[in-house]
Design a protein around this ligand. Structure first.
Ligand code: FPP
Ligand code: MG
Length: 340
C-alpha cells in the first residue's frame, strides 16, 4: 500500500513543533499545576492517597491545562485562578480515564498497568467518582459563577459521548456523522471547555470566548481522530498502550467506517462476517488491519483530522496577535502529527 500517512510524516517532520516549544512560556505555570494536583491528592485515606499518587506521578501531556493557561494569558490574566482551574480540568480528564479504562477493558495506560488492572474495577470506579466530585467541590470556590455550570455541562457531555460510543459498539451501521458527534462529546468538549475557561478568566469578550471555545472543539476533534488513527498505525511502546484495542472491543472508528462504506462489497462482507463473532483472534485482527491499510482509509482519516486542525488555526487568526496566540497556533500541528 502507498502509505501516505508515513510519507506525510516524513516530509513534514521538520516543521512539527515539539511539546517543549508549546510549553516554553508557561512552564512555571504548569509546574504550579503539578504542585496543585499534589495538594488535591493528599488524603488521610490510605487507599485514596496511594492510588492518586500512582495516577498523577506518571504525568500525561497536560494539554488541557496548557490550553487553559495560554487562553487566560491571551488577555493578560495575571491572577492565580488559572492554576486551580487547570488542575480541575486535568482531574476531570484523569477521572474520566479511570472509568474509560474499565469500560474499554484496557490493561495498560501510559506504559503501566491501568488502575483497574492493579486495584480492580470497584475501587477504580469509586476513585474516579471521588476525584470527579472533588473537582466540582473546588470549583464552587471560584469567583466566576458560570464555571461550575461549564464543568458540570462538560462532564455530562463526556458521559453522554462515552455512553453513546459504548451503546453502538459492534454496530456496523454507525456512520461518520454519528462518529463525529460521539468524539465531539467525549473528547472535544473538554478541550473546548478548557479554552473557554481560560478566556473567561481573562475577561474575553463574548465573541472572543466563542472563538476560543470553537478553537478548543476543533483541536479536540483533531486529537481524537488521531487517537483513533494511532490505534491502527501506532507503535505500542511509544504510545504505552496496545494497538487495535478499539477494534477488539468493537469500537467502530473512522478508519473502519470509511472501509465499510467505501471498500468493495467482498471486503465489506468479509469484515461483517469477522465482526459478527464479537471475539476477534489475531488472524482476524490482522486481516482487518490489512484491509484498512490497503484502501485509503488511513489517509482519509488523517485528512479528516487535518481539516479540523486547519480550521482551528484559522479561528486563531480572528484574535489579536500575541506571543500566547503564537504558542496556541503550534498546538494543531503538534496534535495532528503526534505519535503518542
Ligand atoms: C478516552 O477515549 C475517553 C474519553 C475521552 C472520555 C471518557 C468519559 C467518561 C468515561 C465519562 C465519565 C466522565 C467523568 C467526568 C467522570 P478513548 O478510549 O478513545 O481513548 P484511550 O485510547 O486513551 O483510552
Ligand atoms: Mg479508552
Amino acid at each position: 500500500m502507498k502509505d501516505l500517512v508515513k510519507q506525510l510524516d516524513k516530509s513534514q517532520v521538520k516543521r512539527i513543533p515539539g511539546i517543549r516549544n508549546l510549553y516554553r512560556d508557561i512552564q512555571k505555570d504548569l509546574d504550579a499545576v503539578e504542585e496543585e494536583l499534589k495538594e488535591y491528592i493528599k488524603s488521610p485515606n490510605k487507599i485514596i492517597a496511594e492510588i492518586s499518587s500512582y495516577l498523577f506521578k506518571n504525568a500525561g501531556k497536560r494539554i488541557r491545562p496548557a490550553l487553559l493557561i495560554l487562553c487566560s494569558k491571551l488577555y493578560g490574566y495575571t491572577g492565580d485562578e488559572h492554576i486551580i482551574l487547570s488542575s480541575l480540568v486535568e482531574t476531570i480528564h484523569t477521572a474520566s480515564l479511570l472509568h474509560d479504562d474499565i469500560i474499554d477493558n484496557s490493561q495498560t495506560r501510559r506504559g503501566r498497568e491501568s488502575v483497574h488492572t492493579k486495584w480492580g474495577p470497584n475501587i477504580t470506579v469509586l476513585l474516579g467518582d471521588y476525584l470527579y466530585i472533588k473537582t466540582i467541590g473546588y470549583s464552587l470556590q471560584s469567583r466566576h459563577k458560570q464555571i461550575v455550570q461549564i464543568l458540570t455541562d462538560v462532564s455530562s457531555k463526556m458521559i453522554e459521548g462515552e455512553l453513546n460510543e459504548y451503546y453502538v459498539s459492534w454496530n456496523l451501521d454507525i456512520d461518520e456523522h454519528n462518529y463525529l458527534d460521539i468524539i465531539n462529546k467525549k473528547t472535544a468538549s473538554l478541550f473546548s471547555a478548557s479554552c473557554q475557561l481560560g478566556g473567561i478568566l481573562g475577561n474575553a469578550k463574548n465573541k472572543e470566548e466563542k472563538i476560543l471555545t470553537d478553537f478548543g472543539t476543533n483541536l479536540g476533534m483533531t486529537f481524537q481522530i488521531i487517537d483513533d488513527l494511532l490505534d491502527y498505525t501506532g507503535d505500542e511502546n511509544t504510545m504505552g498502550k496496545p494497538i487495535l484495542s478499539d477494534l477488539r472491543e468493537g469500537r467502530i472508528t473512522l478508519p473502519l467506517i470509511y472501509t465499510l462504506q467505501n471498500d468493495g462489497r467482498e471486503n465489506r462482507n468479509r469484515i461483517l462476517d469477522l465482526l459478527k463473532k464479537k471475539k476477534l483472534d489475531k488472524s482476524s485482527l490482522d486481516e482487518i488491519l490489512y484491509t484498512v491499510k490497503s484502501n485509503g482509509a488511513l489517509d482519509y482519516t488523517f485528512r479528516k483530522a487535518e481539516e479540523f486542525s486547519v480550521h482551528s488555526k484559522e479561528l486563531l487568526q480572528h484574535l489579536g496577535p500575541s506571543v500566547h496566540r503564537d504558542a496556541l497556533s503550534l498546538f494543531p500541528d503538534y496534535i495532528l502529527h503526534r505519535n503518542k
